[in-house]
Ligand binder design. Structure first.
Ligand SMILES: Nc1ncnc2c1ncn2[C@@H]1O[C@H](COP(=O)(O)OP(=O)(O)OP(=O)(O)O)[C@@H](O)[C@H]1O
Ligand SMILES: [Mg+2]
Length: 337
């Protein structure tokens, strides 16, 4: 369904030296620098899969999505979606896909939402019966009714995002590209959006590529993840395997008595951890202890900490996706070798 083969995208950036002289120089004799936003990215997505496309900030995710949607042309490499090369057949291609860029709306700012959908209906040539059915479905999950008569510019972030999601699904696309569709949303709206993605995928076998920094999105929706960093693939596989291999970091936060402290030396004495398996950060009386639970079981860590210091409160955190990515990157690209 979706093939991305060795995608590479370079941008030319004008570098300006400081000061007025620099400005003139940049104007008349611009010095250009090449930024490699995506170096070499490859992956395949079969029909009906929801793929989590993740990686740290600046990894190149949005750049890749823009190439897949045909907004950008790759410097080299190729992508093929449903047998089509997006850049070659843009007019027909856009009818088969839907896209949401969470950071920026795709909707017309001054048009009431309802009219926006009518315009899209014409552009995508959706017949009346399908349109009605679709709007009912989207209204039901995304609760658009309350603001469907308002101009897009007056919508709150959560309303706007629901409106964008609905717009991307209106023409029953075969493929959906969702670049951070849950960014900045409250739990209820996040849930609405996840439901919409889940249902359209189940009921119509829509293939979805989803970019997010929220691991719950991935856990709830994705069969598989492709992780990139610095423009290159770092991981391709199930979330389960990722957790098994790299997600064993746990974080305990201890609030201690004023007089008590937790130090690495204390832990070294009692638990003898490897350098990379234990990190302690502290702010006043809060001590954040991050450790590899494969090496030091959580129970052992807890009982040891309680035995060496006066603890007032404890909280436990799972490794978040950024943490897993960091660990994965530190440990190299071993899995793909
Ligand atoms: N038009 C552009 N011109 C110059 N550099 C760009 C351009 N677009 C992106 N970049 C650079 O390419 C790199 C990748 O950017 P991209 O937006 O694809 O990252 P991302 O993975 O989507 O990050 P985030 O999680 O922050 O959204 C960044 O270093 C960015 O500054
Ligand atoms: Mg991005």
């Amino acid at each position: 369904m979706i093939y991305a083969e060795h995608l590479r995208k370079e941008f030319k950036k004008v570098v300006k030296e400081p000061g007025l002289k620099g400005s003139f120089k940049a104007l008349f004799k611009p010095k250009k620098e090449i930024v490699v936003a995506a170096e070499d990215i490859s992956f395949h997505v079969p029909k009906g899969e929801i793929l989590g496309f993740i990686g740290p900030n600046g990894a190149g995710k949005s750049t890749v999505i823009k190439m897949l949607t045909g907004i950008l042309t790759p410097t080299s490499g190729e992508c093929r979606i449903n047998g089509k090369i997006p850049q070659n057949d843009r007019k027909n291609y856009v009818k088969e896909i839907g896209a949401v860029f969470g950071q920026r709306t795709q909707l017309w700012w001054d048009l009431p939402l309802q009219e926006t959908y009518l315009v899209l209906k014409e552009i995508y040539e959706v017949d009346d019966a399908s349109f009605k059915k679709r709007m009912d479905f989207l209204n039901e999950i995304l609760e658009l009714e309350k603001f469907i008569k308002s101009p897009v510019r007056t919508l709150s972030l959560g309303q706007r995002m629901r409106a964008d999601i609905a717009a991307s699904m209106l023409h029953s696309p075969k493929v959906l590209f969702l670049d951070e569709p849950t960014i900045g949303l409250d739990v209820v709206v996040k849930d609405n959006i996840r439901q919409a993605i889940m249902r359209i995928n189940k009921e119509e076998k829509t293939t979805v590529i989803l970019t997010t920094h929220d691991i719950s999105d991935i856990e709830l929706l994705c069969d598989r993840i492709v992780m990139i960093d610095k423009g290159k693939n770092v991981y391709d596989g199930s979330l389960h395997e990722l957790r098994e291999n790299y997600g064993q970091t746990r974080e305990l936060v201890f609030e201690t008595d004023k007089s008590s402290k937790l130090t690495k030396e204390q832990f070294r004495k009692g638990l003898n951890p490897n350098e990379n398996d234990l990190v302690i950060e502290n702010e006043k009386n809060n001590f954040k202890v991050r450790f590899n639970s494969n090496k030091i079981p959580v129970a052992e860590m807890l009982s040891y900490a309680l035995s060496v210091t006066k603890v007032k409160d404890i909280s436990v955190k799972d490794a978040d996706i950024e943490e897993i990515i960091r660990n994965l990157y530190r440990q190299g690209e071993a899995l793909n070798e």
